[in-house]
Design a protein around this ligand. Structure first.
Ligand code: 0O3
Ligand code: SF4
Length: 327
């Protein structure tokens, strides 16, 4: 005898009749530095053939890394994992000076995919040291960009500052020659607070020529600020080790809106949508647009999604590729 037909109950939070407003932030996702870094690996694969080694994740995104692995890239953390005769690309986050120095000593073929906006901070650090200033560097300890930028100058001439509290504990005086710089992917608001505290304690401190937090970081944060108040939940596509993506979650939470960092659509639990009418969606600078569409599709499996794109800035930045790969 056939079992009586039973329909599977819809998961909590899903109701195919209920509309879900989806507010998609713009700008979101890839920035010019990430586009360039990925293209560098792809062109290096075409020019030199596989395998091409990449020191550190080219950008902090598993989907991007896996796609490049499938084309023949091999990801390692340190240069000593790369054979002398294999080409190697340095990640978009930048490297300390010791890394290209070692590559040159070993006569290696290397391509530097450091974002030009990170390199600009590197050059500023060198100039500040030449002027005899001690650098107070605002950033997150252990992040590869911080390791890279701090590694542009002699160890005793740069001090990491992570919080406003750190400023109070610095052992410098109002007579010391000081300047500051920052990581490019920080919270705009937190960094302003730290800079305010630095200027209060050290009125003589020299500021960088232009703000180090990059256009992509600040545009993505401003877009989340704009959409978060009208959302019940904000989804941020990005990796747990992606500084700029983590900052987007913080921005939404500070606006009083629940926010979740997800790497892929499959991580979304339909129960998150229970009682929710509006979801905000954005993506960190290292998250491909394909993953945004994947999220829209998954939400559409459960609810009637009405998309609304909110644009707070236009971006048209493009960075040149290294000459090694265009000649
Ligand atoms: O620096 P962050 O962890 O945000 O790096 P991502 O996620 O790879 O994004 C690209 C940003 C970058 C390469 C440094 O500015
Ligand atoms: Fe460059 Fe900014 Fe993108 Fe970092 S987030 S890679 S600094 S453009």
């Amino acid at each position: 005898m056939n079992a009586p037909f039973q329909s599977t109950p819809a998961p909590p939070g899903s109701d195919p009749r209920l509309p879900l407003k989806l507010v998609i932030a713009a700008p979101r996702g890839f920035c010019a530095g990430v586009d360039r870094a990925i293209e560098i690996v792809e062109r290096a694969l075409q020019k030199f053939g596989a395998p091409v080694y990449v020191r550190h994740e080219i950008v902090h995104n598993r989907y991007v890394v896996d796609s490049l692995k499938a084309k023949g890239a091999i990801f390692v953390e340190e240069l000593d994992e790369v054979p002398d005769d294999a080409p190697v690309v340095f990640s978009a986050h930048g490297v300390p000076k010791t890394v290209p120095a070692e590559a040159e000593r070993r006569n290696m073929l290397y391509v530097d995919a450091t974002c030009p906006l990170v390199s600009k901070v590197h050059r500023q650090a060198e100039r500040q040291i030449e002027k005899g200033q001690h650098i107070l560097f605002i950033g997150h300890a252990g992040h590869p960009e911080v390791v890279g930028t701090m590694g542009q100058v002699p160890a005793g001439q740069i001090t990491l500052v992570e919080t406003v509290e750190d400023v109070a504990n610095l052992r410098f005086t109002a007579e010391d020659d000081l300047s500051y710089l920052s990581q490019t992917t920080l919270s705009v608001d937190d960094t302003h607070d730290i800079i305010f505290a630095l200027k209060e304690r050290f009125p003589q401190i020299v500021a960088p020529k232009a703000e180090d937090i990059c256009y992509a970081t600040s545009n993505r944060q401003a877009a989340v600020k704009q959409i978060a108040p009208s959302c019940d939940l904000v989804l941020v596509i990005g990796a747990p080790n992606s500084s700029n993506s983590l900052r987007l979650v913080e921005v939404a939470e500070r606006m009083g809106t629940d926010a979740r960092l997800i790497q892929r659509a499959e991580e979304i639990d339909p129960s998150w949508l229970e009682g929710i009418g509006t979801v905000g969606l954005t993506a960190g600078a290292s998250a491909p647009e394909k993953l945004v569409r994947e999220v829209v599709d998954r939400l559409s499996d459960w609810r009637v999604v009405e998309e609304d794109i909110v644009t707070t800035a236009e971006e048209n930045m493009i960075f040149k590729l290294p000459r090694q790969l265009t000649e």
